[in-house]
Design a binder for this molecule. Structure first.
Ligand code: ADP
Ligand code: MG
Length: 701
């Protein structure tokens, strides 16, 4: 006999064997004892509660009944053969039915004996029955992993179930591992951390996550394992950050010079908000350290990120460096260029723009002026990244709408100077703090959580279909005042055909209500060519059309301050963050703006909550928190980054505190001991080393 350990292949566990091992690998990705041990229950059934027969009702999920077998017979022929037993307590009796394992039932379920029966009751012809109940003799025997008050429930699959690896089957395997290998489970967190947060050992935690002694023990186990999960994510993120800081020197912006000062004192037409000032100060601190800055600025639409970007770029210029700003689309790039040139009023710095539609001739000139340092600030699209674009001395890169750029593209920008430029990433999609700490945990994060004073908050109303004519009337009144209106339709892949029909019907109705030549309507949707889209948008931007009917393509988009109404059709079908982004298209001018959410009469509870939330608040951070509660982190960010969000136990919507603790613990450790030299951290060091070679965590404990 060889001695099994936690590293042993699962095949060798008693009751597994080659066939089931293969299934466990294929279905659940479990190869070793250890990995099985790290496969946690997804819920627990309270087995302290016993139901009386009289209390049963068909809505109950699994129940537990204590009773005596008062009858048992085998009936039916061949494939209809079954055993029906009667279970009786002092309030009544129910039927237990088995279609399979009849031999076992015949030998083990004894008339006259008392059992604990567990299963889902169904009502048939006025009486209850449970098919294939679990049965335990009463009283229960006591063992370390038996006698459970909280019974673990594991996810299984149809294939696994065929081989008796249902939840119960998996529980049996866990029992074996715990009984034989508990002592081998090693601690993964440093002792001082455990002590500081009074957490149970890994051994205790694993024992109690599978076989909780009681609710308190389960809570303690969960807390410890959640902490661990988040701790190691943070360790990786923050360690990367530390390494980057150690490795990459940054341009040192010693001074606030004349351009920043003049702009701030003489040119800037308004007073900055407290939040803007704070973020600029943070950027100022970052760029003085001689370490490359990597900062993310989150701020709702209209919070004034452009000025913050411009100040940062002027700061670079003041210190003898060039700066660039990159946007995800041509329209946005051109708008940034326009706002920046108009803010600067032709003074201080020379600004240029580079996009896909820049002509060859313009390009040649531009390339030369970049290389000889004549251009101070370059605004553009992806075109900026191209190798042909060479700066004399690039010191600051601003990236707008970060999620649209990949890591590789960011890296290309880094290489535009021997010492990489400072990087400022800006996003108008507020995300909850916990998500930011996880997704952008290796960046410093600033938040502009304040809108410029005097801005009129957008008024949001929810209308049902029956109020449509009122809505049209309102539109007419606003258009008569010279305003413009967006009308947005959902267009989703899964329901594309139907959506397009709705869109067409909508366009027809709108054309009826708003006939030419009095009204002009622009139409933009994803099925159109880029050139057509550009043309239609330009019509609207130039004020030549009063109504823009669009699918969600306008979501990241244009700035038309004169547009003061956003109508969202089938609003109940949009996610919260999308609704908020759409609403952000209005409220950009001096006029009072409105957002009208149109919906059908039938709303799901979630749909209702989303619309109510929109009506109630304009605050993007508040909205993002509710969105996180409703949808979970994966959906909020889209799939591309979900890797870090595939958390086993921790929940970013509810475990803020634990995440906070884990992150600050890691920060403390890395600040004191960036290279993790202290022997107390040797495990952490091993983890990082293995991780960087692509070995999963399960392998190290
Ligand atoms: P964001 O990019 O964050 O959506 P912008 O930078 O485009 O917002 O700013 C929106 C508008 O508000 C612009 O017209 C800008 O000039 C103006 N603005 C920015 N900051 C302030 C402020 N502190 N006070 C008044 N207006 C401001
Ligand atoms: Mg902006």
């Amino acid at each position: 006999m060889f001695a099994a350990s936690l590293d042993t292949t699962i095949e060798f566990l008693k009751g597994v064997g080659p066939k089931r091992a293969e299934l466990l690998q294929k279905e659940l990705g479990i190869y070793t004892y250890e990995q099985l041990l790290n496969f946690f229950p997804f819920r627990y059934i309270d087995r302290t509660r016993f139901y009386k027969v009289k209390e049963l009702n068909p809505d109950l999920p699994y129940v537990q009944i204590l009773g005596r077998i008062t009858g048992k017979e085998q009936i039916g022929e061949k494939h209809k053969r079954r055993i029906v037993a009667r279970l009786t307590d002092e309030t009544g009796s129910i039927e237990l039915v088995w279609f399979q394992s009849l031999k076992w039932v015949d030998e083990n379920v004894m008339r006259g004996k008392v059992y604990i029966v567990f299963g889902k009751p169904t009502l048939f012809n006025g009486s209850f029955s449970i098919s294939h109940p679990e049965l335990e003799p009463y009283p229960r025997p006591t063992t370390m992993t038996g006698n459970l008050r909280l019974q673990p429930v594991y996810n299984s699959t149809e294939k696994l179930k065929k081989f008796f690896l249902d939840s119960k089957g998996i529980q049996k395997l866990q029992t074996l591992i715990i009984e034989q290998h508990l002592s081998e489970i090693r601690e993964t967190l440093p002792m001082p951390v455990l002590q500081k947060y009074q957490m149970v050992s890994r051994k205790q935690a694993l024992l109690n996550i599978h076989f909780p002694k009681d609710v308190e023990a389960l809570k303690a186990a969960e807390r410890r394992l959640k902490f661990e999960e988040l701790f190691f994510i943070q360790l990786q993120l923050l360690h990367n950050k530390k390494l980057r800081e150690l490795k990459f020197k940054g341009h040192r912006f010693e001074a606030v010079g004349s351009r920043v000062n003049t702009f701030y004192k003489d040119i800037l037409p308004f007073e900055m908000t407290g939040a803007q000032k704070r973020v600029i100060k943070e950027i100022r601190m970052d760029t003085q350290r001689g370490i490359q800055m990597n900062r993310l600025v989150q701020g709702d639409v209209g919070s004034g990120k452009t000025v913050v970007a411009l100040m940062s770029m002027l700061l670079a210029n003041d210190n003898g460096f060039q700066a660039c700003m990159m946007a995800p689309t041509e329209i946005l790039a051109r708008q940034h260029h326009e706002s920046i040139t108009s803010l600067l009023d032709g003074k201080l710095s020379k600004v240029a723009v580079l996009t896909g539609s820049t002509t060859k001739k313009q390009r040649t000139k531009l390339h030369a002026e970049l290389q000889n340092g004549e251009i101070d600030i370059l605004v553009g699209t992806h075109a900026l990244i191209e190798d042909k674009v060479v700066f004399k001395n690039l010191g600051m890169v601003v990236i707008d709408e970060q999620h649209r750029f990949g890591v590789e593209q960011r890296a290309k920008l880094w290489r535009k100077n021997t010492v990489p430029p400072h990087i400022l990433v800006m996003t108008a999609t507020p995300i909850p703090r916990t998500l930011a700490m996880t997704l952008y945990g290796d960046l410093d994060v600033s938040v502009i959580d304040e809108l410029p004073v005097g801005r009129k908050p957008i008024e949001t109303r929810h209308f049902f279909e029956g109020q449509r004519l009122r809505m049209f009337g309102f539109m007419k009144a606003e258009i008569a005042k010279g305003r413009q209106v967006y009308i947005v339709y959902p267009l989703i892949k899964e329901s594309e055909k139907l959506d397009l029909l709705h869109l067409e019907a909508g366009i027809e109705q709108i054309s009826d209500q708003f006939p030419r030549p009095e009204y002009q309507i622009s139409i933009v949707h994803g099925k159109m060519s880029n050139a057509d889209k550009q043309f239609e948008m330009q019509q609207f931007i130039d004020g030549k059309s009063q109504i823009m009917v669009a699918t969600t393509v306008i979501e990241v988009g244009v700035n038309v301050p004169n547009a003061s109404i956003m109508v969202i059709e089938n609003a109940e079908r949009f996610g919260l963050s999308q609704l908020h982004q759409l609403r952000g298209r209005v409220g950009r001018g001096a006029e009072q703006s409105y957002c009208i959410l149109m919906s059908g009469n039938k709303l799901s509870a979630d749909g209702r909550l989303r619309l109510d939330t929109m009506v109630k608040t304009n605050n993007g951070f508040e909205i993002s928190e509710i969105d996180l509660q409703l949808r979970g982190p994966g959906d909020i960010t889209g799939t591309q980054q979900s890797g870090v969000l595939e958390l086993k136990l921790a929940d970013l919507a509810t475990d803020q505190l634990i995440l906070q603790e884990a992150r600050s613990t890691v920060m403390d450790i890395l600040n004191k001991d960036p290279q993790l030299e202290d022997p107390a951290y040797s495990l952490l060091k091993t983890y990082l080393a293995k991780r960087s070679r692509g070995i999963a965590f399960d392998k190290i404990s």
